[in-house]
Design a protein around this ligand. Structure first.
Ligand code: 9UX
Length: 69
């Protein structure tokens, strides 16, 4: 399955790398696709994700998860 999230604060490619690295630590995450321009992150996973774990990972990277898309 894929789940999309709105993430604010990402402005360059290094932002995308940072948030991807943190999200890859979340249990169940298989793939991470970041659209910096659009402010979205799409995560592929085998099972439903723990949204709070995703939120915490985004926060840890220094960005803000503002909702699902
Ligand atoms: Mo790029 Mo992102 O220099 O927080 S890493 S703006």
């Amino acid at each position: 399955m894929t789940t999309g999230y709105a993430v604010t604060g990402m402005t360059c490619g290094h932002c995308a790398t940072s948030v991807t690295n943190e999200l890859n630590r979340v249990p169940g995450v298989e793939t991470v696709s970041v659209d910096v321009e659009g402010g979205t992150v799409t995560i592929g996973s085998t099972t439903a994700l723990d949204d709070e774990a995703v939120r915490a990972a985004v926060d840890e990277a220094g960005y803000q998860l503002t909702g699902k898309i």
